[in-house]
Structure formats: C-alpha cells, structure tokens
Write a protein that binds this ligand. Structure first.
Ligand code: BTN
Length: 254
C-alpha cells in the first residue's frame, strides 16, 4: 500500500519528518511544499504524491509521474545558521542513490550535481527550490523524483531513461524506497559540511575518468572528469594537463 497512512506509519521513527501530506493526484509536490513554506509550515513537512500532473524538472523541463509507478516527494527544510546551499542537491541525489542501492539492489551513480543514473540510464532527478533573506537561506525544498515501476518511453528525451523495475527485472517497493531515501537525508543532513559527505557522493560519481563537458551558462569546459573537490565542485583535467573546478552547470559526455 502506498498511501497517507502507510507512509506516516513507516516514517514515524524518523524525527526529521514532522508531517506527511499525501495526494493521489497533484500538480507538483514542490508547488505544494512552496505553499506550505509560505504559510509558515514547520521544517520537515513531507509532500508525497502517487501521480503528478504538472511535475517539474530542472531548467523548466517537465517531469512525468504516472499513477501507481513513480516516487515523487518534496521535503521542506528550514535552517537557523548558514547552509552550504549547493550541497542540498548533492544530498537529494545521494539519498536517492543509497535508497536505490538498498531497496532495488542496483548500483546507482550520481550524475553531478543531482541526477541519479543506473546502467547508463537516468532513473531519478532532484529539484531544489529555496528562499533567501539577504544571504540567509530561510527554507529549501528538496524535490526528488524516481522512475520506479512500469516502463518509460524515452523517445524525445535528450538522455536515456528507464525505471528501476526494468533494470532490476522485478517490481520495486515504493514505500521502502521512500523510507530509505528520507532516512538517508535525515542522517546526512547532520554531516552536510563534513568531508565524509562529499566522499560519499564522490564514490558514486557517474563518468569518472571519462571525457565530459560542463556548461555553467558562461563557460563550456571540456576535459576528463577527475572527481569532486572539497567543496563539491566538479574537477576536470583539461587537454593542456591543467585542472579546473566548476561549481555549477550541466554535465554531458563529450
Ligand atoms: C530533474 O531531473 O530535472 C529533476 C526532477 C525532479 C522531479 C521531482 S518529482 C517531486 C518534485 N516535484 C516536482 O514537480 N519536481 C520534483
């Protein structure tokens, strides 16, 4: 069963989650979480939907969440002190990847900064939305979508995509996946500023030692992907042998 009662019961031992809001059908769980944030909802409000009709991806893309097959969740977080905001996307990706490993038994890789891939197919993505007062982050929403069961027609996508079930050869339990994902976020959130967090992402990095390009909107950098630096930026070795870190952008195979 994947409904409000089962999710609330399964997450009752996770102190991070203060409230569960569940929809059979909704536009976008991130939109609901934004509304909750603007109404003053507490940190830890978790919005989950069986189906999204207007799911959103990064850079204005659509995100498909057909009924009965996918995992769509948005977690609202509020912060007192300074937050390394760029690490929240890595946190979402790491949580989804470790949940996929634990529940589906698949080796998940993180396509920096915030996609989750298995066997050269995208299976999930993370959408971070946040609000600032000056330099201070007031709240952030970690929206995570995973293609779990059924099949995906990726014609028309600019990347290969698949569901976990297709890759694992069996149905995957969405509730177990959600519990593992939220549990991982809860554990890693405490150590977000620690080197161990970046290492955990780094060991799952997709396309290490491959030729890649990164576009950060201003610069197109091509090189061999070496790994992450201490801040979580991606390190490339350029053709002239020098290395460069890029803090944000879209990663592609070169
Ligand atoms: C991407 O890969 O572009 C990010 C996809 C993020 C999709 C999730 S599903 C739950 C949450 N609600 C949304 O509308 N988007 C995110």
């Amino acid at each position: 069963m994947f409904n409000h009662a089962s999710i609330r019961a399964a997450l009752s031992e996770v102190p991070l989650v203060t409230r569960v809001v569940f929809f059979d059908t909704v536009g976008s769980t991130n939109d609901v979480a934004r509304q909750l944030a603007s109404q003053g909802a507490e940190s830890g409000a978790l919005v989950v939907a069986d189906e999204q009709r207007a799911g959103r991806g990064r850079q204005g893309a659509q995100w498909h969440t057909p009924p009965g097959t996918a995992l769509a969740s948005s977690l609202l977080l509020r912060f007192d002190g300074v937050v390394p905001a760029e690490r929240l996307a890595l946190l979402g990706g790491l949580a989804a990847a470790t949940a996929i490993e634990a529940v589906a038994g698949l080796p998940a890789a993180i396509k920096w900064p915030n996609d989750v891939w298995v066997a050269e197919h995208k299976v999930g993505g993370v959408l971070i939305e946040s609000a600032f007062e000056g330099d201070r982050m007031c709240w952030a929403i970690i929206g995570i979508g995973i293609n779990v069961n059924g099949q995906i027609d990726d014609r028309g996508f600019d990347y290969p995509a698949a569901t976990l079930a297709t890759l694992a050869g069996r149905k995957v339990d969405r509730l177990a996946l959600l519990v593992a994902q939220v549990g991982a976020m809860s554990r890693w959130l405490v150590g977000l500023g620690m080197p161990g967090f970046i290492q955990a992402v780094d060991t799952r990095l997709l396309w290490r030692n491959r030729q890649v390009s990164v576009d950060d909107g201003e610069q197109h950098t091509v090189g061999t992907l070496l790994g992450l630096d201490a801040e979580g930026a991606i390190r490339l070795q350029l053709a002239d042998g020098s290395t460069r870190s890029v803090a944000t952008g879209t990663l592609r195979r070169a």
